[in-house]
Structure formats: structure tokens, C-alpha cells
Design a protein around this ligand. Structure first.
Ligand code: DLL
Length: 440
């Protein structure tokens, strides 16, 4: 069947293509308002600002942002559960929380105004993926305290699309529903999209023949090679959506059809990139840690939140016409970065290398351990069914090729272990790519 082409639609042209000067005026006014509000309403921020001798009236230009104190995950934990909220509970209409695998979860809140803004931002993102009121959006992000499911849900409703709120899991049923309901847009993590493609193949269903034409994937790092693989398997255009619950959820930034960096919705969030060690603000083009400040949020405003995500600001204008500042795709998190004998490696770089080698499946896991003073990396890679039934010699040769390619491209030596098809656990949400035995 011929699929409708994916267009580059702009949801809110007045905001998304706003001239720079006009936007900066708006940003400064909103930043001042936010700083004044957190100073009055949130003891944590008042103390942090007072410690630095800053009063809200000191914010006179956007450059003054760099004077404000950072906020870190620990600050949210210390104020668990509701200590960072800036409105009385009666004004809060929704709460979300992070999973809290490492300690207490971080809890975030929304007023009705926040939910409206969030829906607008996800509507912008879905439009980037080519969605309109004529589309059917299959939401396979998890619903619940995680922001993915409900975030995409409200955005899809905002554009007037038909929403199929499936949530994650029960993958065969997902495939059947995608086929029967004729969804045109798929929203889930990239690793789950890969798993859906795999299960569809086993069920004898070819997505390239279904109406599905676009995907909006995020919540975890993924490489451009993974994008190409998903696009080929599902016969769709795949775009990258970024966000985090502390800032709002999905819809902080999103790619457009140019697929050349993500547009940060900077009429709602100010973005900076800092050196993760010194905290110094880095110039455009230089890689570092993303830091966000919300300028329109009511219930849970956030000042200079250190995300631990690594990216860089792209200054050049985008061909799509949006004037939002762009950031490079996130290559990983500072806390996922492996340092193998002095070389910094992100799991997504290994993924990229593996996918260049045709016979390896995009299912992999990295095991990091320490022998004496040395960090060692073992890469577990699934091989395809065809390859597995092949001769041992072929497998040995494949293992050597993967080893060689990782070493020559990334400059780290690792042990490669080829494993049988379907032995690496599939995720229905965020994939767990690294097992760090050093921490166990
Ligand atoms: O993952 C929100 C979200 C839902 C984004 C659905 C996109 C789609 P958290 O659970 O708070 O929120 O996790 C946030 O996930 O700091 C990044 O490390 C990672 N992350 C999110 N989007 C991307 C992406 C949601 N597009 C954390 N690329 C963030 C790379 C991403 N990493």
C-alpha cells in the first residue's frame, strides 16, 4: 500500500517561528516571573538564592541565568514528596513520579495550566512527526506515574487525533491492535519499537504494508543506526522526542522532519549546556550536560536543573523554519558513561557499531566489571536466527569482526560474547543496556 507522506507540520507557528528578539523579551519576562515566584513560594529556592545573595530583582538580562544556583536530583529527594511545589495542593490536578530505582522517587506536580501547556508541547511534537486530527496514535509508552503514556495521550487528544491508549506490554496484542485499528503513528521507546517489529515478524505481519507511517520515540538514548533499522523494519519515519519528568515529561524538545537535532521549546524552557565537572556554561557546539529552567510552570517550577544528559547546542537555524534553539541528539547520561581504561564510551556508541554489522541483532547488553584496577567491558550481542544455525566458524569470525570494529572506532578493547537469538531480555519501556558489576 502507498503510505501518506510525512509532512513537516508546525502546530503553533506564532510561537515556534517567533523572531529571536521578540522571543528573548518573552523569555526574560517569564524568567523574572518564575524566579520571583519560587523565591516567594518554595523555601528550598529562597534559601539557595539567599545563600548566593541573589534577590529576584537582580535578574535583569538572560545572561543573569548563569548566576542562579543549580538544582539537582538530590535537592528533589531532600524535599520529598511535596516540598518543591509552588502552589497549594488544591490547585494541583496531577502528580507524576520517577521510578525511584535508586532511592526515593522524585515527585512532580501539575496545575490545570501546566497540563494545558504540556499538551500543547506534545501537540507540537506530534506535529513534528507529521500527525494531524486525521491520524490514529497508538500510545505504547507506559501509563501511570511515568510521564510517557499520559503525556503523549493528552498531546494526541489536543491535535484531535484518535488515541489508542494501550500502554506497554502484551506485545502480540499490540501488534494485533496496530493492524486492526490501522494506527498511523506509534509512540513508544525505540527499544520497544524494535521489539514490536520483532514480534510482528514472528506473527507473519509486515508493517511496511500497514498504514503506520511515523513513530515518535524517546525516553532512552538511541543511535542514528537504530533509527535507520526501525525505519526500515516498520516502513516509517522515526523521530526523536526528549523530555524528563522533572522538567515536564515528554515534549521538552523534539526533532522535526529534518532530523538534524531536537528543537527545544524555548518559549517554555531555557536550555544551557555546562561542563559537568566545573559547572561552567559552555558555548554552542561544545558537548556537556544539559541544564533546563522552566519559565511557565506553575506547580513545579524548576531552576537550572542538572539533567546529567549529554548534548550540545546547535546555533545554526533549521531548514524547517522553527526558530527554537536546537540540541544534538542525546548520546547518553553522565552516569551511564563507561570509562574503560581511560576511554569514555556511551552504550549508544556501541549500539551504533553493532548495527553497522548486518548479522548482529539490535539486542545487546554491556557488562562492566573491575579486575584489579582495570575496568573491563563485555559486550553481549544476539545473532540472527540464520547466523546462529550457521557454522561455528562463521560465528567466530563475526565475534572477531565486532571486536575489531569496536576497537577501531571507539578505541576500547572489549570481550564480545555472541548469544542465541532472544536470550537478552526485551524491554517494554526503557531498555537496561548496562549491567555494572562494579556497583553490585
Ligand atoms: O523519559 C519522559 C519521556 C517520555 C521522554 C516519553 C520521551 C518520551 P523520565 O522517566 O523522567 O522521563 O526520564 C528522563 O530519560 O533525563 C534522559 O536520560 C532519558 N531520555 C528521555 N528522552 C530521551 C531521548 C521521560 N529522546 C530521562 N534520548 C532523561 C535520550 C532520553 N535519552
Amino acid at each position: 500500500m502507498s503510505k501518506k507522506p510525512v509532512e513537516n507540520l508546525i502546530w503553533n507557528e506564532a510561537r515556534e517561528c517567533m523572531p529571536q528578539e521578540e522571543k528573548e523579551k518573552l523569555q526574560l519576562a517569564k524568567l523574572r516571573e518564575t524566579v520571583r515566584r519560587v523565591y516567594q513560594k518554595v523555601p528550598h529556592y529562597r534559601n539557595a538564592l539567599q545563600k548566593r545573595g541573589i534577590s529576584p530583582d537582580d535578574i535583569r538580562s538572560l545572561a543573569d541565568l548563569a548566576e542562579l544556583p543549580f538544582t539537582e536530583k538530590n535537592d528533589l529527594r531532600d524535599n520529598y514528596p511535596f516540598g518543591m511545589f509552588a502552589v497549594p495542593q488544591s490547585e494541583i490536578v496531577r502528580i507524576h513520579a520517577s521510578s525511584g530505582t535508586t532511592g526515593k522517587p522524585t515527585v512532580v506536580a501539575y496545575t490545570q495550566g501546566d497540563v494545558d501547556n504540556w499538551s500543547e508541547l506534545v501537540a507540537r511534537s506530534l506535529s513534528c512527526a507529521g500527525a494531524t486530527y486525521e491520524d490514529t496514535v497508538h500510545v505504547a509508552y507506559g501509563y501511570g506515574l511515568f510521564t510517557g503514556g499520559l503525556g503523549l495521550h493528552y498531546g494526541a487528544e489536543r491535535i484531535g487525533a484518535t488515541v489508542v491508549p494501550v500502554s506497554g506490554g502484551n506485545t502480540e496484542r499490540q501488534v494485533t491492535l496496530l493492524q486492526d485499528f490501522g494506527a498511523t503513528i506509534l509512540a513508544c521507546t525505540p527499544s520497544y519499537a524494535m521489539h514490536i517489529a520483532e514480534v510482528a515478524r514472528e506473527m507473519g505481519i509486515d508493517f511496511r504494508e500497514l498504514p503506520l507511517r511515523s513513530g515518535i520515540f524517546g525516553a532512552e538514548p538511541w543511535s542514528d543506526n537504530m533509527r535507520r533499522k526501525i525505519e526500515a523494519e516498520l516502513g516509517i519515519s522515526a523521530i526523536d522526542i526528549y523530555g524528563l519528568s522533572e522538567v515536564i515529561g515528554p515534549g521538552v524538545a523534539c526533532e522535526c522532519q529534518a532530523k538534524d537535532g531536537l528543537h527545544v521549546f524555548d518559549d517554555h524552557f531555557l536550555v544551557e549546556v555546562i561542563d559537568p565537572i566545573t559547572g561552567e556554561v559552555l558555548p554552542p557546539g561544545q558537548e556537556g550536560e544539559l541544564v533546563f529552567t522552566s519559565i511557565t510552570k506553575e506547580a513545579f517550577p524548576i531552576i537550572r536543573y542538572r539533567t546529567r544528559d549529554i548534548s550540545a547546542i546547535i546555533e545554526e537555524p533549521c531548514e524547517c523554519g522553527r526558530t527554537h534553539v536546537r540540541i544534538k541528539r542525546i548520546c547518553g547520561r553522565t552516569d551511564d558513561m563507561l570509562i574503560i581504561r581511560g576511554v569514555n564510551v556511551f552504550p549508544s556508541q556501541i549500539e551504533s557499531v553493532l548495527l553497522e554489522i548486518g548479522e548482529a541483532e539490535p539486542h545487546y547488553q554491556l557488562i562492566v566489571d573491575r579486575h584489579g584496577q582495570m575496568d573491563c567491558l563485555e559486550v553481549l550481542v544476539e545473532v540472527s536466527e540464520n547466523m546462529f544455525s550457521d557454522k561455528v566458524k562463521g560465528l567466530e569470525e563475526l565475534g572477531r569482526r565486532i571486536h575489531h570494529k569496536i576497537e577501531s572506532i571507539l578505541g576500547v578493547s572489549c570481550k564480545v560474547r555472541l548469544v542465541e537469538p532472544k536470550t537478552i531480555e526485551r524491554s517494554i519501556g526503557k531498555a537496561k543496556r548496562v549491567i555494572d558489576k562494579r556497583k553490585i
